[in-house]
Ligand binder design. Structure first.
Ligand code: NCD
Length: 336
């Protein structure tokens, strides 16, 4: 596979071009890189249309009637997989979830052969999560023109629907992005959530973006352009309006220079005491799964400033918006 050893920047740049059809419409969603502010806002507006309060019946329509969505998760997932499934069903699609532990990949079948098999069964929207950088873009180049690839988490690089749901959650609480100070804290180096949030928030014109990571978990200098870097969490948190806490991605870390959990919590965790340094109306977010009392204190995660459940609710609405948009673009292409 050509992209396998391509440096990070080239992989994502390539993905940005590959996700559009010849008319420039989104056919796939592989990265938020290259989406304009208008495109992001259109997706967020549509997602907002699909948001319902918990306790109300969820939004439903038939935008995906006749379509088949296949979920291929080669890495663990709870929120993302379930929310893609619910989003697709609520838009009237048929959904299949491949159990990757018992799929033919473990028997040596290539990912592409699995994809072609699904394509031959009329699955036309393939939602993929994998640890390999560049895989969604590689697959997008091989599938038939009516098939859409949605990236549900690509290595440490990209998690576009998470970036959108994070932007939507912030927009609901603080609509004026130009005034905002946003802090992303934790294992930035290995986080696709941080990278997609950075793409979304910089394009949407956030006032100041800070990243804070302990030694060994800070990304290289070439990445996160214009973000203000902090190694001290107490300094980073000073006056911020939004805090996004991240899990340490132990599964992506080869060396073992990360501190033990208690030390990490003491030196870098988002605690109630540290929160007092932020703006009084600060909101706290976490993509899940959380390691309670490691990167975030339980009393903060469950406290009044926490938006963590709201993020989950928004996740379904965002995935509905992405699915509906992609299918509308396929239909527009067919009418041409
Ligand atoms: C994240 C992921 O898988 O990238 N979770 C998610 O999608 N909600 C973050 C993580 O695993 O820490």
């Amino acid at each position: 596979m050509q992209t396998r050893h391509t440096p990070t920047g080239a992989v994502t740049d390539l993905s940005g071009r590959i996700q559009r059809d010849s008319e420039g419409r989104l056919q796939h969603l592989i990265t938020l890189e290259g989406l304009s502010r208008d495109e992001l806002n259109a997706l967020l507006d549509l997602a907002q249309f699909y948001v319902r309060a918990v306790g109300d019946l969820p939004a439903r329509d038939q935008s995906l009637a006749g379509h088949t969505v296949a979920n291929l998760f080669f890495e663990p997932s709870t929120r993302t997989r379930v929310s893609f499934e619910l989003a697709a069903r609520r838009l009237g699609a048929e959904v299949v979830n491949l159990d990757m532990q018992s799929s033919s990949r473990v028997k040596g079948e290539t990912v592409l052969d699995t994809i072609y098999t699904l394509q031959a069964m009329h699955a036309d929207i393939l939602v993929m999560r994998d640890a390999e950088p560049g895989l969604p873009a590689f697959v997008a180049r091989q599938v038939a023109p009516h098939v859409c690839i949605l990236n549900a988490g690509e290595a440490h690089l990209s998690h576009p629907t998470q970036g959108l749901l994070d932007a939507l959650t912030i927009r609901q609480a603080r609509p004026d992005f130009s005034q905002l100070r946003v802090l992303i804290a934790g294992d930035i180096a290995h986080s696709r959530v941080a990278r997609s949030a950075w793409h979304a928030l910089t394009t949407l014109g956030v006032g100041e973006l800070r990243i804070a990571a302990p030694e060994g978990l800070m990304p290289t200098e070439g990445e996160f352009a214009r973000a203000v870097r902090f190694s001290d969490i107490d300094a980073a948190i000073e006056g911020v309006d939004v805090i996004m806490a991240l899990r340490i991605q132990r599964e992506r870390i080869m060396h073992s220079q990360i501190p033990d959990e208690a030390t990490y919590h003491r030196t870098f965790g988002i605690t109630a005491e540290r929160l007092r340094r932020a703006h009084p109306d600060v909101i706290v977010m976490h993509p899940g799964p959380m390691n309670r009392d490691v990167e975030i204190a339980s009393e903060v995660a469950d406290g009044p400033r926490s938006m963590i459940q709201r993020q989950v609710t928004n996740g379904v609405a965002v995935r509905m918006a992405v699915l509906a948009t992609i299918v509308r673009n396929v239909q527009a292409r067919r009418q041409f």
